[in-house]
Every structure is written in C-alpha cells, then in structure tokens.
Write a protein that binds this ligand. Structure first.
Ligand code: ADP
Ligand code: MG
Length: 232
C-alpha cells in the first residue's frame, strides 16, 4: 500500500543544510495499525509528512496505491492527498469559525464534488460514529479537547481515505480521554479497514498497534510486529 525507497530529507536552516532523514526505506501494508516511536527530534513528523503527502522528500520515491507520488506536481499531490489520505494532528487543527458539522463537511466541499444530500449522509454518519451528533452545531471553542479530536477524526475519515496518518494524536489529551480516542480509532480501523500510521510517545497507543518502528536520528533502528499483530 505504501512503499518508500531511499528517502532523504534535507531542511535548509539559514546557511546550513540539515539532513534529518537519510536513506530510509519502508513498506506499510493495507490495514496495518502501525506507529513510529522514538525520541523528540528523531524525525517522526518528517517521515509522516512525507508519506502523507504534506511534504516532499529531497530524494527518494514514495509509492502509494501504486502511484509514485514524487512524480506529481503540487496540485496533483494535493488532489491525491485529498482522495487517499486523512491526517490527524496533535493540536486538532479545526477551523474555529466553522461548526462541528461544517468542519467535518469541509474536505468534501474542498476536495470531492459531492451532491449536498450525499455530503449530509456522510457527515451525519460520522458525527454519530464519533459520538458528536448532538454537538454538531457548536463551534470548536464550545467543546473539550477530546471532543475536538473526535471531530478531527471524523474530518479525516469523511473522504473515505484508505490511509490515516495521526501525528501525536493524544499528546494534548488527559489519559482517560486519550484512552477513549485510541479505542475509537481501533474501532474505526476494524470497521473501515483503514490503515493507521501514528507517530507517538503514548504508551497506550504503543500497546495497541500491530507494528512498531523505532526512529533514532532519522534512522530505523527497529521494526517489529507486536503480539497483537501476530495474533489478531
Ligand atoms: P519528531 O517528530 O520525531 O520530534 P521532527 O521530524 O519534527 O521529529 O524533526 C526532526 C529534526 O528535523 C529535528 O532536528 C527538527 O529540529 C528538524 N526539523 C523539523 N522540521 C524542520 C523544518 N521545517 N526546518 C528545519 N528543521 C526542521
Ligand atoms: Mg513530531
């Protein structure tokens, strides 16, 4: 489903070229619940952003659903991302002036040219799935952090992506709320067979994934399938 070969990422910082990822290759299979772990600054977000089409590698190629995304121009890449990928962020990134309902509907208006009736069906189904239906007319400032992340999850899923990337999705939540959010993502992964790719420090996510990839200084130092992955 995802195949990345010899990825390199160089950031230009003032006069300096900073090589953050060098020669990283990885394959991710359909339906995997997988996490990158590793110290802060080890390159987790950089890798997620490249695999998730938010950023482009300096060298190397990335194939997603048999499409080499490094061959696409900016507009094509944005369209590809809209069709195939959902993204969940640590800080939720909801649009403050839109309601819960409108935040979830937004990608459908921006990316997929769906009829209003079909949009409504999709948004309402997801509102129910993430337990936010009764809050649909509130703006983000009127709901809690856990509720904001539920909305962000629904927004990531509304286009029916095959792959969802989640960068530290529980880092701004208390542990009980984080637990509920993880359970929600597990349920969604099972029901939709969505591939979930995390970057996290959260032990509770680590306990729940099928596969753990440890990054240190931009290198994969360990790539293991967990017990959950082998037995389920
Ligand atoms: P992690 O998500 O594991 O904390 P990041 O991918 O955010 O790691 O960062 C990896 C390294 O790249 C760090 O040294 C960070 O300072 C650097 N870095 C990340 N983004 C940028 C950027 N936009 N410009 C310059 N350096 C960056
Ligand atoms: Mg990060």
């Amino acid at each position: 489903m995802i195949k990345a070969n010899n990825l390199k990422k160089v950031y230009r910082v003032g006069e300096l070229d900073l090589t953050v990822i060098d020669n990283l290759s990885i394959s991710i299979n359909e339906g995997e619940f997988i996490s990158f772990i590793g110290p802060s600054g080890s390159g987790k977000s950089t890798v997620l952003n490249m695999l998730g089409c938010l950023d482009t590698p300096t060298f190397g190629d990335i194939e997603i659903n048999s499409q080499d995304i490094t061959k696409l121009n900016k507009t094509q890449l944005a369209n590809f991302r809209g069709e195939h990928i959902g993204f969940i962020f640590q800080s939720f990134n909801l649009i403050p002036v839109l309601t819960v309902y409108e935040n979830i509907e937004y990608p459908l208006i921006m990316i997929q040219n769906l009829a209003e009736e079909e949009r409504k069906l999709r948004v309402e189904k997801l509102l129910k799935e993430v337990g936010m239906f009764e809050h649909k007319d509130k703006t983000p400032d009127k709901i809690s952090g856990g509720q904001m992340q539920r909305v962000a999850i629904a927004r990531a899923l509304v286009t029916n992506p095959k792959i969802v990337f989640a960068d530290e999705p529980t880092a701004n939540l208390d542990s009980k709320t984080a637990h509920m959010i993880i359970e929600l993502m597990k349920k969604i992964q099972k029901e939709h067979n969505t591939t979930f790719v995390f970057a996290t420090h959260d032990e509770k996510i680590v306990e729940n994934v099928d596969r753990l990839i440890t990054l240190v200084d931009g290198n994969i130092v360990e790539d293991v399938y967990t017990k959950r992955g082998q037995h389920e």
